[in-house]
Write a new protein. Structure first.
Ligand SMILES: [Zn+2]
Ligand SMILES: [Zn+2]
Length: 426
């Protein structure tokens, strides 16, 4: 038997329906905020991710889903969205051809070759938004607010943690302070962090292995070491977040850890019965576009894990649709049922026909198994009189309609459905 590739999931039935609805809702929310969809390919040259995600990151060093194609090109399945979008932004000259700020979103699958565990898969899904060509803290605030809007729609309890990680002017001096601080504590750090002191000391701040922030309480923080313009930017960010009614908790241990990240960094954690789970994160990356070879373009954005989000949405957030089924009880009724199914297909109701004639009792069993709440029957008498019998399987109530009275039937179903939904919502 052939089974799915490790860490890759199938999605079907009710879960697929809920997932699809979740994506529809997300698209509506971000499109209302004037973000337009941006689609990039799954495969990119691996060089893009080395430059765009960072050669020293775990993603690039350990988790890339990469291979040589038939011509020996080294390609990788995208492990995240920003690098591809920046590549496309440069390639299509968007900075010259489109009005700035350029606001986009992406939603789709990403791939990381890491050990699969609960909630972590080799194929996973993300929503991302990016805004190019605007350096204002107000735009950062709008970006963070958009992530909050999504979580609020799904009635998720969350906290927003914000930080500033400075710029090319002020970060090098801060970096030195960190190196100096940790060099006397080297033996208490994990193996990765001992290397990070030289390559990427900011990453020590959010290491989950040796967790220095829990051990030491006098670690120098970036927010105390910002230059004048970064300090102003951070103050204005906090002010704009207040206007958006976003409660940004200052958390100096949120770092992005790569040189092209600048100023704003944030993370959103969901509160789930005592534990906290990061569900979205992002920030400003004013130097990435130019680092990859494009025009100097400030940018800001976030990514949100959709598997995480999906698990946080409560079971009763989406009500199940009303399903109805149609059956023919004899050969003479089949054409009438085909005709009825054709007309029902034009209406926003979930109706399916079972064309194989069967006894009433068998039809009832099948309708029940399919979760139908209404059943339509055309038997010998109904076929003769061009009638159709509608049966409410919850109450047992029956009504006879003309086969052409589809509008009446649909209204009847929609009324029942809205009544049912408003009853469950209370
Ligand atoms: Zn600065
Ligand atoms: Zn560590």
């Amino acid at each position: 038997m052939i089974s799915a590739v490790k860490g890759m999931n199938d999605l079907f039935g009710k879960r697929a329906m809920r997932w699809g609805r979740m994506e529809e809702d997300i698209r509506r929310i971000v499109e209302n905020a004037n973000f337009t969809e941006f689609r990039t390919p799954i495969l990119e040259e691996i060089a893009l991710f080395k430059r765009g995600v960072g050669e020293t990151t775990d993603v690039v060093q350990k988790e890339m889903y990469d291979f040589l194609d038939k011509k020996g090109r080294h390609v990788a399945m995208r492990p995240e969205g920003t690098a591809s979008v920046v590549r496309a932004f440069i390639e299509h000259g968007i900075a010259m051809n489109e009005p700035m700020p350029f606001k986009l979103y992406y939603i789709g699958p990403f791939f990381r070759y890491e050990r699969p565990q609960k909630g972590r898969y080799r194929q996973f899904h993300q929503l991302g938004i990016e805004i190019f060509g605007d350096e204002t803290p107000q735009m950062d605030a709008e970006m963070i607010f958009t992530a909050c809007r999504v979580l609020e729609h799904f009635k998720i309890d969350y906290e927003v943690h914000i930080n500033s990680i400075g710029c090319k002017e002020c970060r090098p001096a801060y970096r030195e302070k960190l190196v100096e601080y940790f060099s006397s504590k080297k033996e208490h750090l994990c193996e990765d962090c001992q290397k990070r002191i030289d390559t990427n000391p900011l990453r020590l701040l959010d290491c989950k292995t040796c967790n220095p922030k829990a051990k030491y309480h006098d670690i120098p923080v970036m927010t105390d070491n910002l230059c004048g313009s970064c300090d102003t930017h951070f103050k204005q960010l906090k002010n704009a977040l207040e206007i958006f009614h976003v409660n940004g908790i200052i958390d100096p241990f949120i770092v992005r850890g790569l040189d092209y990240y600048t100023r704003t960094a944030f993370e959103i954690v969901a509160n789930t019965g005592g534990s906290q789970n990061a569900v979205a994160g992002g920030g400003r990356y004013d130097n990435l576009v130019s680092d990859i070879g494009g025009p100097d373009t400030p940018a800001t954005g976030f990514a949100m894990g959709l598997e995480r989000l999906f698990d946080l949405i409560s079971e009763d957030f989406y009500t199940e649709p009303l399903i109805s089924a149609g059956y023919a009880l004899c050969d003479e009724a089949v054409d009438d049922l085909v005709h009825f199914a054709k007309h029902m297909s034009h209406h926003p109701v979930r109706f399916f026909a079972d064309y194989k004639p069967k006894k009433f009792k068998k039809a009832l069993q099948k309708a029940d198994k399919a979760g139908a709440e209404f059943m339509f029957i055309i038997g010998e008498d109904e076929a003769k009189d061009k009638k159709i019998l509608m049966k409410n399987l919850n109450t047992g109530e029956q009504k006879l309609f003309g086969q052409h009275e589809v509008i009446l039937i649909v209204n009847e179903l929609l009324n029942y459905e809205s009544g049912k939904f408003s009853a469950t919502k209370v």
